[in-house]
Design a protein around this ligand. Structure first.
Ligand SMILES: *Cc1c(COP(=O)(O)O)cnc(C)c1O
Ligand code: SF4
Length: 367
């Protein structure tokens, strides 16, 4: 057994262990654990400084998860865009491929609470169907390997998936989405990165929500991945009481860059059942975006998106920097709120109103 497997095995997971460690009501913890699995690696638990801090809130269950009438099981309607159980095919040229039902620790705000942690919903036998689906769909040039967490699989299982995907000629890029560098950085070993780098171009999106998660251990893991030539991005979820203020987010984004991770998305928290206590207003998200853009490196500014309820996909939200556009000029506000004017080029005929710029299909056709 590898070190990381031993650490994972020693995770806190029974209601008794959890109630005992955090001084919670055992019956309540039992109830919550029936709704969504509980698990915390000893490494991540060791980052908790006090009850209710930003690390604690992400993984320690709260009775608010059982609140009724709030949120949906599948707010993004992923199940409607799922041609086979392991695939979500929503966008024209890329798919989400769910290969692992388990995670190193379970985020209490997880969007896929309905599936994650349940082997009957994300089953290894669906992996075959997923690979066949991708083979049969030449438009798929980008595969996002997700779950659950793909890095919970053994090196051998993961390699068998990567090598079969790599053998499909139309698959140009592979991406892995993982929270393991945050929850279980010991899992990033020489053996793993040497295997991963055989399957380039391979990208990885990690998931850090708070600057305190960037520790010497996670920095080591991220640097190993970067040294293997894997471009690293980060997806953060905007969470009440965890990272919903400008200074925390700015520090998180800046620290990510020091460990060679490029901030990619900040997600508005999805409308998921049992996660209302994590949701903030959208104004808060826009305020955070404005507190990043211009005030710190452009590299530290991710896109702020809402994954639209009902399956609309990710929609970027940008504060109003453009004040007005006319034939003569564009009036804009800069990051500090000062007004600037850009003169338009003189064209003989400019169409008066244009609701949005032209759209093109993947084949380059204008629609
Ligand atoms: C987020 C997501 C993707 C990837 O989107 P990008 O903007 O390309 O990172 C693909 N498919 C689904 C279903 C998604 O939710
Ligand atoms: S690591 Fe990802 S999939 Fe797993 S519980 Fe957290 S958000 Fe959900």
């Amino acid at each position: 057994m590898d070190d990381w497997q031993r650490i994972l095995r020693d995770s806190l997971r029974t209601p008794e262990e959890i109630a005992d460690r955090f001084g919670l009501d055992l019956e309540e913890v039992r109830k919550i654990s029936r709704a969504f699995k509980i698990q915390i690696t000893p490494y991540y638990a060791s980052l908790i400084k006090r009850k209710g801090d930003p690390i604690y809130k992400q993984v320690v269950p709260d009775i608010a998860e059982l609140a009724e009438n709030s949120g949906e099981d599948d707010p993004l309607q992923e199940d409607l865009d799922s041609p086979v159980p392991s695939i979500v095919h929503r966008y024209p040229d890329r798919v989400l491929f769910l290969v692992s039902h388990s995670c190193a620790s379970y985020c209490r705000f997880c969007t896929r609470k309905r599936k994650v942690g349940d082997v009957t919903k994300i089953h290894p036998r669906y992996i075959e169907n997923g690979i066949d689906y991708i083979k049969d769909h030449p438009e798929v040039r980008d595969v996002i390997i997700s779950g659950g967490d793909p890095l919970i699989l053994s090196d051998e299982k993961l390699e068998s998936i990567l090598s079969r995907l790599r053998a499909i000629p139309h698959v140009e890029i592979l991406r892995i989405g993982s929270r393991v560098p945050c929850f279980l950085p010991q899992r990033i070993t020489e053996k793993l990165v040497n295997m991963l780098k055989k399957y380039h171009p391979l990208y990885m999106n990690v998931h850090f929500n708070h600057p305190d998660e960037i520790t010497p251990e996670s920095a080591r893991a991220l640097n190993m991945l970067a040294d293997a030539g894997i471009p690293l991005g980060n997806q953060t979820v905007l969470l009440k009481g965890i990272n919903d203020d400008v200074l925390t987010m700015r520090k998180l984004m800046q620290k990510l860059l020091t460990v060679r991770v490029r901030p990619y998305y900040i997600y508005q928290a999805d409308y998921v059942k049992g996660t209302d206590h994590f949701r903030t207003t959208v104004e808060k998200g826009l305020e955070i975006y404005q507190g990043l853009r211009g005030w710190t490196s452009g590299l530290a500014v991710p896109q702020y998106v809402i994954d639209a309820p009902g399956g609309g996909g990710k929609i970027p939200l940008i504060p109003e920097y453009v004040q007005s556009i006319s034939d003569e000029k564009v009036v804009m506000r800069n990051y500090a709120g000062e007004i600037y004017v850009y003169p338009q080029v003189k064209t003989p005929k400019r169409r008066k109103t244009r609701p949005h710029p032209p759209c093109y299909t993947v084949e380059g056709q204008r629609i």
